[in-house]
Design a protein around this ligand. Structure first.
Ligand code: NOJ
Length: 752
């Protein structure tokens, strides 16, 4: 061993152990002068440690930490990734080895460890889509999924997972809805917050993204969202605010779009005012890849790190930022604040004290598959089930499985969040094969999983390309399972809510041939179903992840009682939407236009209630193989805090899980819509038994945001609390509470 290396290893050990004085090896390998390293003392708080480390840094070291690279070669720009980055990864930032500050290795995304395109994709476990996890309405499942993908990120040497997508589903045609958590700010915020918490339990950082109002992909980099402050605070921003509190993410990723005229990554109102001042966010704001447009405006508006270079048109941070600091256009204190925020998150979340290992660690893929499968099974939604079509009878002799590549696997969503499975793509011929593809089919075949469970039945497959052949097979079978898919992904939206590739016609033809037809949907979000009256059952399986085939078979055969509930309204047609035609569609590159969110905070079911529209399936809807009843609803108000208690009874024959949904409607005050989801609780109930549960209501859900005073104001009056199984449950029970006028601060805490 060379003397230099010996010295540096020794000094690193001394520094890590005691936060004392020791020689350090610089980036170029030279031994620097001894430096005190008090920030390595884990007994100190993150704030203090960050402050001490910033004070020890040179300007160039600071500038490095606020400048992110793409972790992949970029052919179109002829750039290669930094040597220490991980192949085909999303991002990389140089740390400060002299001071014991590690590099940041960043990977996408919310369903697992993704890889950028190329020959060296790392195999990973994919959770089902974010929408599926939201459909579980179960924070433990969301946390467990987060903990699992966070463990894979760490095992692959990443200390930042670009997860935490919580853009509200204002637009059911948005190609990225599958990455998010639906249309309700409370449900989405809680679920995504729990997932972030799970990810960060691995002593890595998770992002919360995309901040803010990036709710459609069409022209996402040039469009301008127009929305008033009150409405934003009560919808998209509320989802982010709740997820931020629940998950405490180390970083927030600002989005591509403009909001009220200003790009999100140089939007001082959003970054400095709302996020950092009002919500007290202590971590750092990183840009989305290619979302920066300036140096001075962005830095002063609160952007802390430029990401993914060379995605942006220019180096906005790096040398131009140095120049701006030197000439005073960006105060030195602002640069220090950027760095302090990054370091704060690194210290607070264990990135410095528990460095990731340089080489990949082993992963228990078997255990991780079980986590993914449980999430899928908790989130699949049984939309329709007439005449007990499901669970499938084990005595069925002839079963037809048609379409959806069900002989090979299950669909995944496209774009940067794509996780590559261990077994490779089960349908490599599908196009597009390049961005935002490849269209990925995970090799977990529902057909094979059904065959394995029903060894004495004949389970035959037709791919559905020949409608007549599919109808013939259907006619000859006792029961038909049609698999329908809708591939969605980053960078594009759906032209409409119809299933693509004439699948509606296929389903109709098959259902006409055999009335005992069950439809299994693998979609990115809501779709219309012109064939609905003709089929006996519909199971929405979303994108069910790398164990999806097994998960679907388990639900179809009744091994698992479905308990998913819709996290978004399924419209009957596009004409019911606030924007029947999607703004800017079809996309013309770089077109600048306004998307006017004139529906304000009346998103999803709130819009449908407000306009008196009957959707195809309401928010919160989902059937079970058993029946439930709510009773004993009682509500108390203490110090303005509303608590509702109730009993959930299982009145059917098998054990199952019900999601008790508490909605609140003002009887005298006026809100953006007739009711809001105010709380929820998923409970497991044995047949014949009852379970008591309760829900406490966040005061913000009883209030209206007042932008002038930045407070949440509850109006004096009566409020109806409704305990329901969906937003349109005819068997719901209700009670009325009286509330006195009250004021809560910007974070929903009692105002002093
Ligand atoms: C762009 C996407 O919008 C974002 O979600 C992702 O994390 C980055 N690219 C990095 O791949």
């Amino acid at each position: 061993m060379k003397l230099k290396t010996k010295i540096s290893l020794l000094s690193a050990a001394v520094a890590l152990c005691c936060g004392s004085v020791g020689a350090q090896t610089g980036a170029a390998g030279e031994v620097a002068a001894p430096a005190a390293t008090p920030w390595m003392n884990a007994q100190l708080g993150a704030e203090e440690r960050a402050r001490l480390a910033v004070a020890a840094m040179t300007m160039d070291e600071k500038l490095k930490l606020v400048y992110g690279y793409l972790g992949s070669d970029m052919e179109s720009k002829k750039t290669t990734r930094p040597a220490p980055s991980h192949k085909q990864s999303a991002g990389f930032i140089y740390g400060v080895p002299r001071l014991g500050i590690p590099n940041l290795w960043e990977t996408d995304a919310g369903v697992g460890v993704a890889s950028q395109a190329g020959p060296d994709a790392r195999p990973g476990t994919a959770l089902p889509s974010g929408l599926n996890t939201a459909a579980t309405w179960d924070l433990n499942t969301a946390y467990a999924g987060g903990a699992m993908i966070g463990a894979e990120a760490r095992a692959y040497g990443f200390n930042v997972l670009l997860a935490g997508g919580v853009n509200l589903m204002r637009e059911p045609r948005n190609g990225r809805n599958f990455e998010y958590a639906g249309e309700d700010p409370l449900l989405a915020g809680k679920i995504v917050g729990a997932q972030i918490k799970g990810i960060q339990s691995n002593r890595i950082v998770s992002t919360l993204k995309h901040y803010a109002l990036n709710d459609q992909e069409t022209n996402r980099t040039s469009l301008n969202v127009k929305i008033d402050d009150r409405s934003a605070r009560m919808s998209d921003l509320l989802a982010l605010q709740i997820a931020n509190v629940e998950g405490n993410p180390g970083a927030v990723m600002c989005s591509y779009n403009r909001v009220n005229g200003v790009y999100a990554c140089e939007n001082s109102y959003l970054l400095n005012e709302v996020l950092k001042k009002d919500w007290g966010f202590k971590g750092w704001v990183m840009s989305d890849w290619g979302a920066v447009h300036s140096t001075v405006p962005a830095a002063n508006a609160g952007l802390d790190q430029q990401s993914g270079m060379p995605f942006d048109l220019a180096d906005y941070f790096g040398p131009p930022l140095k120049e701006a600091v030197l000439n005073g256009w960006v105060p030195q204190s602002r640069l220090d604040d950027m760095v302090r925020r990054i370091l704060h998150a690194m210290f607070a979340h264990g990135v410095v004290d528990h460095p990731v290992a340089p080489a990949p660690q082993s992963i228990d893929f078997g255990a991780h598959a079980a986590v993914s499968r449980k999430d899928a099974q908790e989130g699949m939604v049984l939309l329709k089930n007439s005449a007990g079509a499901l669970p499938l009878s084990r005595s069925a002799k002839k079963i037809a499985v048609i379409g959806g590549y069900a002989d090979r696997g299950v669909l995944a969503g496209g774009g940067s969040s794509l996780v590559y499975p261990a077994g490779g793509n089960a349908a490599p011929e599908l196009t597009p094969k390049t961005w935002p593809g490849p269209v990925m089919v995970y090799p977990s075949s529902p057909l094979k999983a059904i065959q394995a469970r029903l060894p004495s039945a004949t389970v035959a497959y037709a791919d559905g390309s020949d409608r007549a052949a599919a109808a013939k097979l259907a006619r000859e079978s006792d029961v038909v399972l049609v698999f329908a898919t809708q591939w969605t992904g980053e960078g594009f939206d759906m032209p409409n809510l119809s299933l693509p590739d004439k699948q509606d016609e296929l389903i109709s033809t098959v259902a006409e041939a055999n009335a005992n037809t069950v439809v299994v949907l693998e979609t990115g979000g809501p779709v219309t179903m012109p064939w609905l009256p003709k089929v006996s059952a519909v199971l929405e399986a979303w994108y069910p992840g790398t164990s999806g085939g097994e998960a679907i078979a388990g639900v179809l055969l009744g091994e698992v009682n479905p308990s998913g509930r819709l996290p978004a309204t399924f419209p009957a047609s596009e004409s019911q939407l606030p924007r029947p035609a999607l703004d800017g569609f079809p996309e013309v590159a770089d077109r600048r236009f306004d998307v006017n969110y004139s529906e304000g905070a009346a998103v999803g079911y709130k819009w449908f209630d407000l306009k008196g529209l009957t959707p195809l399936f309401p928010f919160g809807h989902g059937l079970s193989y058993t029946e439930f009843a709510f009773s004993d609803l009682a509500a108390s108000v203490k110090g303005g805090v509303v608590r509702a208690s109730f009993t959930v009874k299982n009145t059917g024959k098998v054990a199952g899980k019900q999601v008790a949904q508490l909605y609140v409607s003002p009887l005298t005050a006026r809100w953006e819509a007739p009711k809001r989801l105010a709380g929820f609780q998923k409970v497991e109930v044995q047949p014949g038994a009852g379970v008591q549960a309760s829900v406490t209501v966040d005061p913000r859900l009883l209030a209206v945001f007042d932008s002038a005073s930045k407070t949440w104001k509850v109006a004096k009056g009566d409020y109806k609390l409704t305990l329901a199984a969906s937003a349109a449950d005819s068997k719901a029970v209700s009670t009325v509470v009286h509330l006195d006028a009250a004021v809560y601060d910007v974070n929903g805490k009692p105002s002093r």
